[in-house]
Each structure stands twice: as structure tokens, then as C-alpha cells.
Design a protein. Structure first.
Length: 499
């Protein structure tokens, strides 16, 4: 059986703890790989390698750093299909989704290639007689990233390229459910010329996570995952004096006004709710239909959802793959049956779905729930699967109030033809990312990604300007130099002395 080991100090390091976790092909249910789970001693080794590398990488020139990143970007581009194939094999998402993930990660590598402009400081001259003040940004040291299973390549690339471009060294702890893509990303970075120890990949479970949170040589931690774990990461790391950006869960709403293009809204709802089997923190999981359009909108969503082809991710005909594990599949299914018991109208029930020839895979079909109550578990919890809830309100104001009452505030969208309504929505909705006739408002790389309320713990969003600020700290320098003409007698600097 294949074993995924750690990548520490520029080379593969076999796991020494004796503990391994299973990696499953979600389409077949078969365990295909085992992944080494780090001990605290291995955490120490990874951090030590990063600390040693920081001694030189932290003082390296911007030109040297960006040269590596440009070569890295070219290698990632050349290996898109290989990275995507690893994602499909271990996560289960269809190949086109996996390729899209790699493309979105590449955006941040490209941003990192232009780090020279992001790190420019500020200067104020003559703030007082012969006094100048400048502001500069400097790296932190060793930083760590803890990333989720749903985007095993993209989310790591949201973190480490910017971190190392800013002069830090990095320890990545990817999900143990689909670990192989992270190792390939590190191997390609080494091939691009990244010095040993600048990027390390440490596989593990809670032992590794807590080891990084408690390690005195880790200056900052980036995290993407569920809200309970994000809260834990934030509390534990800040208690140890670390800088933290911890992105949590979501319950993203889409408000559809009576004047909206219902065909466009239905298309958007289906792609945003069921793409990547709903395993996205930016998935639309609740549609709020305003006024009399609800019945027609639900019918259009149902019509489109029934046509989605579900199958193995490596089958070009598949539009949606399986869920990551059997346990997660069963949990998602429980929300559908539970919603029916709590009064929802189950328009589509995907809980009994299977794929012929792949009966042991982690399959679930698309579910559509109408007349969902805000008290229902299917509405309150982040399901993280292909389940779409429809709620109904009579007015725009009621819809916005319903959405703002959610404890989550990650992303949201409005569908309307009315510019005034869209403008009001942008200002009144309590979420970090807003789409106007766009269902999944994930910002491009040079803007930052992050939510509000229980969707973010910490002050910094990820990537963009916030990402650069998170991985650097500011320093203000005040200087005063005597005028050369005031040099002591006997020292001739060529300046006149008759001023």
C-alpha cells in the first residue's frame, strides 16, 4: 500500500510515530493509501527545519524570492492535470472541479510573484527639522497552515506562497483525508529552487495540530475549516501569543427577488449548491425566495437538479462525485430525513442514491428541501453536502432580517434586476463577501477572502492585502541626520560653510 510521508527540510521523511491514517478512494470506498501521523517530536523537527531555513530565507532579496515563485508558477501550470488527478483520487470531486481548484490556487501564486509592490513601505520627509519617518513591513519567522479536506491544493496555495514571498518559512499541516496533493506542491516548489526547509509538509491529526499551536517557535497560524475548530484554533493559538487567522464555517444564503431572472437564479442555485457535492464553505445552502416567485423557482431548481450526472470523478461524464467519507455521507443524509420530520417539504431526496458498479462508494444524490423553518437542523447547521434549503418570505426586508439573524456571515448573494435593491443589499447584509447576480462570490486573488461573525476568528482575511499584512509586521523608523555643512572642523565634505 502506498504511504504518504512528511516533507521536511527539502526531502521525504518517513513517519516515525508508528501511527498511520487511512486514505480512501471515495468512489469505491477502498482504502488505497496510508498517511503518516506525526508525533510531537516530528512537529519539533519540522519547525526546527523551518527555523533553520528562516535564518537565510528571511534576509534573502525580493528578487531571489520572486525568481523562485515565477519558476514555481510555471511548474504548477505544467502539472495541473497531475495535481487535479490526485485531488480526484482522494477527495472524489470531478476532474473539472479539481482543475478549477488548481487554477484558483495559481491566482495566489501569481499574486506572490508580484510581492515587490505589496511590500513597499511609506516615507514622510521633514516631519520636523531634518527628521524623516518611514514605515516598513518585515517577515514574522516560522508560520503554520492547517488546511481542510475540501480543497487540498487551493487552500494551501492561499497560504504558503504569500507567506514565503514575504520572507517567512512555512509548516503546512494538510488534511489527513487527502494528503497527497500537498506533498506534490512541496516537491514542485523544491524543483523550482525553493531552499530546503522553507516549505515543510507535516501530516497528522490533533497531535500535530496542538503541537503547532503550542510550539514557541511558530509565530502565526492560518486555518480554514469548521467553526468549532476555528474557534478552538483561535483560542489556543492566541493564548500562546500567536497571530491567528481562522476561517470557519458558513450557511450561505441567496436572496431571490420577484424581479429576478428566475432561469439565471435557478442555474446559479444548482451550480452553487451542488457543485463539488456541496463540500464548499462558499456553497449556497439556503435560497430565500421573496414573494410569489417561490413555487416557480423551486420547480426550476428541481428540473435542473434532476439532470445532474453523478459518478466517479475520473469519469468525464460525471458532473458531481461522491462525498469524502462514508461517515460524512451518513451525516448529510440524516439532515434530509430530519428535515422531513421537522416539517420541510422534501422535493428531492438523494439519500438512497448509488452508482452501479461502485456500490461501496460514498454516494449521495441531490436533495432539495422546501418550506424549511429557521428552527430546523437542516437550516441551522452547516451540512457540507448536496442539500439545498428553500425558505420563503413576503418582502425584501423580511429576507434580509432572516439572513442577518444567522450566526454565520461568510458569503451571500442577491439575484435581482434592480440596481437600487442590490445597492441596499450590499450595505445592509451582514456577511464578508457579497455577490450580485453571482452565486459564489469568492474574490479574485488580489482582493481578500473572509467572512464575518462565526465565519472568521481573528482580524485578517486570507490572501490579498490582508494576507500580506497577516504574514508581515509593521515597523516605523524615525531618523535624524545632521546637515553635512555642520560637520566638525577639519572634515571637508565639499559643502559650503557660509550658509
Amino acid at each position: 500500500m502506498k504511504t504518504v510521508n512528511h516533507w521536511i527540510g527539502g526531502k521525504t521523511v518517513e513517519g516515525a510515530s508508528g501511527n498511520y491514517g487511512p486514505v480512501t478512494d471515495p468512489a469505491t470506498g477502498a482504502v488505497t493509501t496510508q498517511v503518516a501521523l506525526a508525533s510531537l517530536e516530528e512537529v519539533d523537527a519540522a519547525v526546527a527545519a523551518a527555523k533553520d531555513a528562516y535564518a537565510t530565507w528571511g534576509t534573502s532579496s525580493l528578487a531571489a524570492r520572486t525568481a523562485v515563485l515565477f519558476r514555481y508558477r510555471a511548474l504548477l501550470d505544467a502539472h495541473r492535470d497531475e495535481i487535479a488527478a490526485l485531488i480526484t483520487a482522494e477527495h472524489g470531486k470531478v476532474h473539472s472541479d479539481a482543475l478549477g481548484e488548481v487554477a484558483r490556487g495559481l491566482e495566489i501564486v501569481e499574486l506572490a510573484c508580484g510581492i515587490t509592490t505589496q511590500l513597499k513601505g511609506e516615507l514622510s520627509t521633514q516631519v520636523s527639522s531634518r527628521v524623516d519617518v518611514s514605515s516598513i513591513r518585515q517577515s514574522l519567522g516560522v508560520v503554520a497552515g492547517i488546511t481542510p479536506f475540501n480543497f487540498p491544493a487551493m487552500v494551501p496555495m492561499w497560504m504558503f506562497p504569500l507567506a514565503i514571498a514575504c520572507g517567512n518559512t512555512f509548516v503546512l499541516k494538510p488534511s489527513e483525508k487527502d494528503p497527497s496533493a500537498a506533498n506534490l506542491l512541496a516537491e514542485l516548489a523544491a524543483e523550482a529552487g525553493l531552499p530546503d526547509g522553507v516549505l515543510n509538509v507535516l501530516h497528522g491529526d490533533k497531535v500535530a495540530v496542538d503541537g503547532l499551536l503550542n510550539h514557541p517557535d511558530v509565530a502565526a497560524v492560518s486555518f480554514v475549516g469548521s467553526t468549532p475548530i476555528a474557534r478552538y484554533i483561535h483560542n489556543a493559538a492566541t493564548a500562546n501569543g500567536k497571530r491567528v487567522q481562522a476561517l470557519g464555517g458558513a450557511k450561505n444564503h441567496m436572496l431571490v427577488l420577484p424581479d429576478a431572472d428566475l432561469d439565471a437564479a435557478a442555474d446559479a442555485a444548482v451550480s452553487a449548491a451542488y457543485g463539488s457535492a456541496g463540500e464548499r464553505c462558499m456553497a449556497i445552502s439556503a435560497v430565500v425566495a421573496v414573494g410569489s416567485i417561490a413555487d416557480e423557482l423551486v420547480a426550476k431548481i428541481k428540473e435542473r437538479a434532476e439532470k445532474i450526472k453523478i459518478g466517479p470523478g475520473n469519469d468525464p461524464a460525471s458532473e458531481m462525485g461522491p462525498l469524502i467519507t462514508a461517515a460524512h455521507r451518513d451525516k448529510v443524509a440524516s439532515y434530509v430525513t430530519g428535515a422531513a420530520a421537522q416539517g420541510a417539504d422534501v422535493v428531492l431526496d438523494g439519500t438512497g442514491f448509488t452508482v452501479e458498479g461502485f456500490e461501496d462508494g460514498h454516494w449521495i444524490g441531490l436533495s432539495l428541501l422546501d418550506h424549511v423553518s429557521t428552527d430546523s437542523d437542516a437550516y441551522k447547521d452547516e451540512i457540507f453536502g448536496p442539500v439545498l434549503c428553500v425558505l420563503r418570505t413576503e418582502t425584501y426586508e423580511e429576507g434580509v432580517a432572516l439572513m442577518n439573524a444567522s450566526p454565520f456571515g461568510n458569503g451571500t448573494a442577491i439575484f435581482t434586476r434592480d440596481g437600487g435593491a442590490a445597492r441596499r443589499f450590499q450595505l445592509e447584509i451582514e456577511a464578508g463577501m457579497v455577490g450580485v447576480n453571482v452565486p459564489i462570490p469568492v474574490p479574485v486573488g488580489y482582493h481578500s477572502f473572509g467572512g464575518w461573525k462565526d465565519s472568521l476568528f481573528g482580524d485578517h482575511h486570507i490572501y490579498g492585502n490582508d494576507g500580506v499584512h497577516f504574514y508581515t509586521r509593521g515597523k516605523v523608523v524615525t531618523t535624524r541626520w545632521p546637515d553635512p555643512a555642520d560637520a566638525p572642523a577639519g572634515v571637508d565634505l565639499g559643502f559650503p560653510r557660509n550658509h
